[in-house]
Ligand binder design. Structure first.
Ligand SMILES: Cc1cc2nc3c(=O)[nH]c(=O)nc-3n(C[C@H](O)[C@H](O)[C@H](O)COP(=O)(O)OP(=O)(O)OC[C@H]3O[C@@H](n4cnc5c(N)ncnc54)[C@H](O)[C@@H]3O)c2cc1C
Length: 434
């Protein structure tokens, strides 16, 4: 048994764990970050890089339900359920449907809006503190459309967003082409979200945060956390490097958080994964000045350092199943349809990542345990990059027992059951993953 001489151990070195590690270490606390692969090796390296503060509507929509038959039948559709995963995902889907009821839908929308409206400011404060605001660009993003009937849906979306003070304007085809001349003249127009941004390199962002925290004394350890239990003094973690004792732990291991949350809190969270894909076009770095999403094709194109990233799609197939890279490659033909010239797709690289998703579309941001020794930051679904810096601010406030800058009730673990701390041996934890 090894004692970690840090105030807090963090499990997971994705953008959530890295942002929290940075904020806690910078505040004067000592942090020990435990990551089983490499920093950013999960969803955080391959995301679309969009600081999507405008996305305040929950995942569940009647539109999604209408697509259910196609989701099962079409392996290359934008939304897909692997039929072999249907028994496992059905309870999650039923909860998703329950969250479409008006009161639940409003609760999730308001809670997403609260996080998103603070998200860009939090990133600017966090990166400003190390003079690295060059890692983000707040230059807006566009939701473009090709079909006339989509226009009405987008105008309705503007109405839905208006209570949330999200700057949005409709622009026509000519205005869109003036802003992004390489796009296809077949596009009919777009919604312009002027107060959104994108990062220039999602993986570098995580690496910079972890590197800066290390310079301030944070300990980084490559270790796979395979279980844990509460102790009288704090927490005991079982890892690939042996057992570790620490005073506090922050669970921030994204789509993999479920077993550790169960072990340390007794709560079985309905966490699942929405797998997403990207295709990176390294010879198209200059193709667009800002992120453009296709309303009909449901994917985004973001100009990043190192190329144009085509990203999106949702696949329900669990954590273990191998990636179906056809889903990444199909993005090439969708992107081609949105450009007015042939895209250079030489050396394109596919990627798949696992979004950590809860059926109410909200993350868990909380503190629990008889002595408050367990902190939680996971389940940020499609918005983990957007919400990482504000999540880090909230975790610091929770650690310090300060009044949180946002009402944290909607993000509490208790919405999934009461926290009954258990003293389980590792074996019981590993059999509790279902
Ligand atoms: C295709 C795609 C596009 C996306 N686009 C956007 C976007 O434009 N904007 C946006 O805001 N969000 C986007 N997202 C969502 C975003 O990427 C995720 O919400 C975010 O990366 C989640 O971060 P995380 O740190 O919680 O998880 P992860 O990045 O998955 O990190 C978890 C880390 O924990 C480690 N880990 C897991 N288990 C253990 C263990 N037992 N012990 C030790 N370490 C462990 C993993 O190795 C991993 O590094 C996108 C996601 C995908 C897939």
């Amino acid at each position: 048994m090894r004692n970690l001489n840090s105030d807090i151990a963090i499990v997971g070195g994705g953008v959530i764990g890295a942002s929290c590690a940075f904020a806690l270490q910078q505040s004067g606390l000592s942090v020990h970050l435990l990551e089983r692969e490499a920093p950013g090796s999960g969803a955080s390296s391959g995301n679309a890089g969009h600081l999507a503060s405008e996305q305040v509507l929950p995942l569940a929509s009647s539109d999604m339900l209408l697509q259910l038959p196609r989701m099962i039948a079409d392996p290359l559709g934008p939304l897909r359920i692997d039929w072999r995963y249907l028994p496992q995902i059905t309870p999650w889907m039923l909860r998703l449907v329950a969250n479409m009821l008006p009161a639940a839908y409003k609760r999730s929308t308001d809670a997403l809006s609260a996080l998103n409206s603070a998200s860009l400011g939090a990133w600017s404060d966090l990166l400003g503190s190390i003079e690295r605001t060059d890692l983000i660009k707040v230059e807006g993003s566009f939701l473009a459309y090709e079909k006339q009937q989509t226009q009405a849906a987008l105008l309705a979306l503007m109405d839905k967003l208006s209570p949330h003070q999200i700057p949005v304007t409709h622009i026509n085809a000519k205005q869109l082409l003036e802003r992004a001349p390489e796009l296809s003249p077949n596009l009919l127009g777009a919604l312009e979200f002027s107060a959104t941004g994108h990062v220039t390199n999602p993986l570098k962002l995580v690496e910079v945060l972890i590197g800066s925290a290390q310079q301030r004394g944070m300990v980084y350890e490559q270790a796979d956390i395979i279980g844990g239990q509460l102790t009288d003094e704090g927490v005991e973690l079982h890892s690939s490097n042996g057992s570790l004792r620490c005073r506090h732990v922050l669970i921030a291991n994204g789509a993999y958080a479920k077993p550790l949350v169960k072990a340390l809190t007794g709560v079985k969270v309905p966490l699942d994964t929405e797998r997403g894909y990207h295709l990176m076009l390294p010879h198209e770095e200059q193709a667009l000045p800002f992120p453009v999403t296709s309303a009909e094709r449901r994917f985004i194109m973001t100009p990043l350092e190192g190329g144009l990233r085509l990203a999106g799609t949702v696949e329900f197939a669990g954590l273990e199943k191998e990636a179906d890279m056809r889903r990444a490659h199909m993005l090439e033909q969708h992107a081609q349809a949105l450009f007015g010239r042939p895209l250079d797709c030489r050396d394109a690289t596919p990627w798949m990542g696992r979004r950590p998703s809860l059926p109410d579309s909200l993350p868990v941001i909380d503190r629990t345990g008889p002595k408050g020794q367990v902190l939680l930051a996971f389940g940020h679904q499609h918005l983990g990059l957007t919400q990482a810096a504000i999540t880090a601010q909230l975790i610091l406030q929770l650690y310090r027992h300060e009044t949180a800058s946002i009402d944290l009730k909607p993000y509490q673990l208790a919405r999934f059951g009461s926290s009954a701390p258990l003293h389980l041996p590792t074996e019981s934890i590993l059999s509790n993953q279902g």
